[in-house]
Design a protein around this ligand. Sequence first.
Ligand SMILES: *Cc1c(COP(=O)(O)O)cnc(C)c1O
Length: 369
Amino acid sequence: MNKIYKPKDIDEMLGVLPRAKVAFYPTPLHKLNNISEKYGVNVYIKREDMSGPSSFGGNKVRKIEYIIGEALKDKYDTIITVGGYQSNAAVQLAQYCNLFKIKPIAVLGDTKTEGEPKERKGNLLLNSFLGTELHLIHRDEPKTDFDMNPLWKKVDKKVEEVIKAYEAEGHKVLNVPVGCTDKAGWPSYIEVFKEIEEQMWALGTDVDYIFHANGSAGSLPGLIVGKMLMGSKAKIMSINNRKYGPGEVVGEDDIFNRVKYLFNKFGLECPSDEAIWNEINIDQAYLGNGYGQPTEMGAEAIIEMATQEGLFLDPVYTGKSFSGVLGYIKSGKIPQGSKVVYIHTGGTGGLFIGTDTFHEDLQAHIYKK
Ligand SMILES: *Cc1c(COP(=O)(O)O)cnc(C)c1O
C-alpha cells in the first residue's frame, strides 16, 4: 500500500456507501487551553459529543447513519437493539429511527438493580421520550461481572421473541448489535480520522497522539484504517471501558479482523498483519473493576475537565478515557509539548442517572463532603 489518501480521496471512498446523513459535520475540534497550559502538553478535543442530531450526540451517530442508510435501502421498517438500561447507542439509534419513520425497539438489561426501575433516569428517560418500545430485563441472579451476567442470555431470548412476533405481523426487522457495532457502521470512523487531520492542519499543526474510549470496537477499526490510508504518524491510544481478554465478548482479534474487513470492503491492498497489530494499542489500566464501575481517576478527570474547561465527561466512558490522557501526561509517557487529540465520544445522558452511582470522590466534590 503506497498511495497516500488525501481528505478528498477518503470522501470519495466513503461517498459510495448508503448513508442517512443528518448530523453536523465536521464536528468541532478545539484546544483545551487551561489543561494544555497546566500540563505542558497541547491537548485538543474532538467534539463527537456534538455530532447531533439532538444535544445528546455521540460516537454512535456516524455508525448509525450508515446502518440506517442500508436499512432504508433494504426496506426495513423496524429496528431492534440491545444494551444496558443506560445505553447511549439505543438512544442515538431511536433518534434516527424516528427521523426515518422506522420503529425503534430496545431490549435493555440491567445488572445492578432488581425489579422494574422506579424512575426513568438518564438515557432511559430519553428513550421514553423518543417512544422507543422498551423491554426492560432486570437481573435476578447475584451481581456478577457485566459482560458475563446470565441476564444477557435472557436479553437475547427476548430479542428473538420480539423479532418473531413482529415478523409474524409482516414487518421487516433489522437486529442491530450492542453499541451499534454493525459492520455497516465500521467505515464511519475513517471519516473522523480524516476530520481530525484536516482540522489540525487548519490550525497550522498536526497530531502526535489520538486518545479515545474503546468499548465494542466499532470506532477504533475506522480510526486505524484512516490513519494508515493517510500515512499519518499519529499514535492511536485506546483507553478501554470494557474488559478485553480470554472469554470476553470482544477483543483485540476483533479489531484486527475489522481493520482487514475494511481494507477488503473498499478493494484496497491490505497492510501486513504486523503493521496492523502495531496500530492496536489497548490500555485497560483505567478500567477499574469493569464496565460501568466508577474509578477514582475517572472522578478526578471529570472534575478536572469541568473546573478547567467547563466541559462535561461521564463516569462510564469519557471520564475514564480522559483519566487515561491525564495519566499518560502525568507519568511522562507523553512528552511535554506533544500534540494530543482527545475524542469526546458523548455519553452525557450518563450524568443524570443519580449521584449515588458515582464514585465517592465525585460525590464528595458535588456535596462538598
Ligand atoms: C459506545 C461508546 C464508546 C465506545 O465506542 P465503541 O465504538 O463501542 O468502541 C465510547 N464512548 C461513549 C460515550 C459511548 O457511548
